[in-house]
Design a protein around this ligand. Structure first.
Ligand SMILES: [Zn+2]
Ligand SMILES: [Zn+2]
Length: 355
């Protein structure tokens, strides 16, 4: 099931945008636009556990600060969008900020009413655009890496594979921001990001063991791509119909695990327009927009026409560019270290340590 969920997140739009990523900057704190997918008009903020949160109108120091400390009447605050302003506690403001009492990071829970909640560790800023709330969480880089790796791999994955994933994820973040209002979003466009794992989690250990380590290409952080299951060989950007320009071209790397563990998927889609072109990410995006990711989980497939439409049969999951996560787990289970895994899937890169 984990794989099925993962498969839907391998959005090739991500691939296309990577090629125009802005220049790299090293950052200790990263700003994530969160929950934007839900276009929330209302969000509920609560302190997590025994944390104490200060809620302030930005740039209005003389206004009273609301403190949430879990006591009666101080358990939560509701933010509501009114045009480009945000109402909280009957007060209008252009922007609200929340942080620990010392202005530092704090654990808090953000709820989309009637949908779900997520826990974050950082400092929250809330603004509104045309009646929709824009929530941005500034968090420590390593917290962000852990929160992403926890989505990308099962906690039970081999430790060296988790470490390889941590380095790839950190490299992606170190390669630079991809939005204007914040650095990264929490969707397939940038990186899925959920609540940070527990301090005792194996994911946390993998992140700590590789702290600050990233992949670099020609001396610059690599916005490392990875996907779920390559099907036997990874792809270059050109293989999937993209022009790398001067960026890292990626390589066609044989993947032993996928060769030894072949798996196929089948789907059937209705016939309208052209059938999707095998091995082409742009074509796959177009087909996925029309039929859903589950109809076309990978780009290695054959197409057969029948009366009802097209029958697709494939054996890869994801875009197949960069590290194969199943292959990485296979290598780790066979005794490879994370450096060996990264060298295999990202040839001609080097490992460097961020300041
Ligand atoms: Zn994004
Ligand atoms: Zn593979």
């Amino acid at each position: 099931m984990k794989r099925m969920i993962h498969m839907q997140r391998v959005c090739p739009g991500f691939l296309l945008l990577l090629l125009s990523a802005p220049p790299a900057t090293a950052q200790q704190e990263l700003r994530f636009g969160v929950l934007g997918l839900f276009h929330p008009r209302e969000l509920i903020l609560q302190p997590e556990g025994s944390q104490v949160i200060s809620v302030t109108e930005k740039d209005a120091a003389k206004n009273p600060v609301l403190v949430l400390n879990g006591e009666t009447g101080r358990r939560q605050i509701i933010f509501h969008a009114e045009g480009d302003r945000v109402v909280a506690n009957s007060r209008f403001a252009d922007c609200w900020t929340t942080a620990g009492r010392d202005g530092g990071t704090v654990a808090f829970r953000l709820t989309v009413p009637g949908r779900f909640h997520r826990v974050y560790h950082g400092r929250l800023t809330i603004q509104a655009r045309k009646g929709v709330l824009l929530a941005v969480v500034a968090m420590d880089r390593e917290t962000a890496v852990a929160s992403i790796v926890a989505v990308e791999m099962a906690e039970s994955a081999p430790m060296e594979a988790l470490k390889a994933q941590a380095v790839a994820t950190r490299s992606f973040l170190a390669a630079g921001p991809r939005h204007l209002d914040f650095d990264f979003c929490d969707t397939t466009h940038c990186q899925f990001l959920k609540s940070p794992p527990a301090a005792t989690s194996r994911v946390t250990s993998a992140v700590q063991a590789t702290q600050g380590l990233i992949l670099a290409y020609r001396g610059k952080p690599l916005a490392a791509m990875y996907s779920s299951r390559c099907g036997g060989k990874t792809h270059t950007l050109r293989d999937v119909g993209l022009n790398p320009g001067n960026a890292y071209p990626y390589y066609a790397v044989p993947c032993q695990w996928c060769r030894r563990h072949p798996a196929t998927w089948q789907s059937r889609i209705g016939a309208s327009g052209e059938p999707p072109r095998p091995g082409n990410e742009r074509s796959r995006i177009a087909a996925a927009r029309q039929w859903g990711w589950s109809a076309i989980p990978g780009n290695d497939f054959t197409v057969t026409a029948d009366n009802a439409g097209w029958r697709l049969e494939g054996h890869s999951v994801g875009h197949g560019v960069g590290m194969c996560q199943m292959g990485a787990s296979g290598m780790a289970a066979a005794g490879a270290g994370f450096r060996e895994i990264l060298t295999r899937y990202y040839p001609n890169t080097e490992l460097i340590t961020l300041p």
